[in-house]
Design a protein around this ligand. Structure first.
Ligand SMILES: [Fe+2]
Ligand SMILES: [Fe+2]
Length: 273
């Protein structure tokens, strides 16, 4: 019997079946919103979420190349990869919501990550439904192992978790999704394009939540958010911040280029002010 939010989170994290994980998330998010679950509690989340037998998880270098053309198989590959990201995002959101009770965050912090979990559960379900329409299903193809790695490396530090998960990984989604939407529309797959557009618009609010609560922590500790974010990214993120950035979408999340431009992969084009 689930009575606290951390018990709900643990129940979701320990659920392997993807659609059941999505369904449970949506039910618990409604319970929290409507006050049927009112306490955070202090049940610790597992180190790793349960995963179904399929998809087979492979190291990034062993993943088949994903073609960029508009064939049905290429689009299935794309939607499958995105479904895998959304499934991980469900677990990441619950983990952020309940792993750091000792940080004494305001109720609004918990509310935000429960809402994000609810969004990710909806995103996963939309992609799975679309895969089914195309004669495929989540689990048919191998998937990227390692999406949970950033959760493990930042499990002890909430500021680092926010710096990496919403503000590097989810923000990267904002950069690449509009081009994918365009490509899908070009080949006439409006159904998939519409789903990706919804995801993009929702993800702006996830980056905004990350930016807001990262700023809250920095103010509390008397740290400069730009300097602190750059230091955490250098320490915890193995990889380059890739251009081009979707600055308009990032700005809608209050995430300005002063954060990421100075530490991006290579010098940008000369700026004409
Ligand atoms: Fe999502
Ligand atoms: Fe997200």
């Amino acid at each position: 019997m689930v009575t606290t939010l951390s018990e709900a989170a643990v129940a979701v994290l320990n659920t392997a079946a993807p659609m059941e994980k999505s369904r449970l998330t949506r039910a618990f998010a409604a319970d929290w919103r409507e006050g049927r679950i009112a306490e955070l509690g202090n049940t610790l989340p597992p180190e790793r979420p349960a995963r179904p037998e399929k998809p087979e998880l492979r190291l990034p270098r062993d993943m088949p190349k994903r073609g960029r053309g508009g064939s049905a198989q290429n689009r299935i590959n794309l939607l499958h990869a995105l479904a895998h990201i959304e499934l991980n995002a469900i677990d990441l959101s619950w983990d952020i919501a309940v792993r750091f009770p000792h940080m004494d965050m305001p109720r609004g912090f918990i509310d935000d990550w429960v809402r994000v979990a609810d969004d990710e559960a909806r995103h996963f379900a939309m992609l799975e439904t679309r895969l089914n329409e195309m004669g495929a299903a989540y689990g048919d193809l191998p998937a990227h192992d390692g999406l949970w790695q950033s959760a493990v490396t930042t499990a002890e530090d909430l500021a680092a978790r926010l710096a990496i998960v919403p503000l590097v990984l989810e923000a990267r989604g904002l950069d690449v999704t509009p081009e994918t939407v365009r490509r899908l529309r070009d080949v006439g797959d409006d159904a998939s394009a519409d789903i990706l557009q919804v995801i993009h618009d929702d993800e702006i609010t996830h980056v905004a939540a990350g930016r807001h609560w990262f700023g809250h922590l920095c103010r509390r500790e008397g740290l400069d958010p730009v300097d602190h974010w750059q230091a955490l990214v250098k320490r915890y993120f193995r990889g380059a911040l890739k251009r081009p950035f979707n600055i308009p979408s990032r700005l809608r999340a209050d995430f300005g280029p002063e954060f990421y431009e100075p530490i991006a992969e290579d010098p940008g084009p000369p700026r004409i002010e």
